[in-house]
Design a protein around this ligand. Structure first.
Ligand code: SAM
Length: 219
């Protein structure tokens, strides 16, 4: 769980962000509560900290971005988490969504391919007192077989198709979000596994950085 020792000056800004997300149609109370709890300002570089509670994507280094809070919220509400689930996240990035997931699920497994990002993210997750998260450095398109199957999978980078290993590691009845499209623009797609097959539904157009790996785009 995330510590409550957040700097008080950010509390008002975070509350206003939650209200802005409600105005934009986010209704899931658990998701809104998680956004109200997680100190996003810890997860962004100091140079953009003053913009931490704007509803916008921000640079986090290594050419990567922390997604817009609205996109996180739209994605997370599709997972319909109750707090008991085991979730796999591909693309830890800043760790912000990882921290949101830690508020919404029982166990979170997260994979990132950039060592430099993880070097920054691990201590921030510790500082935020996030405890139910395991992190792996590697190619997330291969999943994390050891702990699967997963009730939920969130892919936070744009893919040409669903990586086969992730389809395999999704539990029956499980929900998986993958931005599907080209390297610049994608459709965030919700897949639900029924009778061993994925059923997909379009959620919202998005622009994620590419998913690079064996089951994604070439580097
Ligand atoms: N959700 C993150 C956050 O809250 O900061 C933002 C993720 S950023 C849009 C996408 C991340 O996916 C980047 O950090 C990128 O390095 C990572 N990524 C891309 N391909 C990957 C792969 N095959 N395995 C693991 N991570 C990958």
């Amino acid at each position: 769980m995330v510590a409550s020792s957040v700097e008080p000056e950010f509390r008002g800004a975070r509350r206003r962000l939650v209200e802005a997300l409600q105005d934009k149609g986010i209704r899931d109370l658990a998701v809104l509560r998680a956004i109200d709890q997680v100190p996003r300002h810890l997860f962004v570089p100091p140079t953009v900290r003053h913009r931490a509670y704007e509803d916008s994507a921000l640079p986090i280094g290594s050419g990567q971005t922390i997604s817009q809070p609205y996109v996180h919220a739209r994605a997370l509400e599709q997972l319909m988490l109750t707090g008991k689930e085991k979730v796999l996240e591909i693309g830890t990035g800043s760790g912000y969504q990882t921290a949101l997931l830690s508020e919404l699920a029982a166990q979170v497994f997260s994979i990132e391919r950039f060592p430099a990002l993880l070097d920054k993210t691990r201590p921030i997750l510790q500082q935020a007192n996030v405890r139910n998260v395991s992190i792996l450095l590697g190619d997330g398109t291969l999943g994390w077989r050891e702990y699967g199957p997963y009730d939920g999978i969130v892919v936070s980078a744009g893919a040409p198709h669903v990586p086969p290993a992730l389809e395999e590691q999704l539990a029956e009845g499980g929900r998986m979000l993958v931005p599907i499209g080209d390297r610049d623009e994608q459709m965030l797609t919700l897949f639900i596994k029924r009778n061993g097959k994925l059923e997909g539904r379009d959620i919202v157009p998005v622009r994620f950085v590419p998913l690079i790996g064996a089951g994604g785009w070439p580097a």
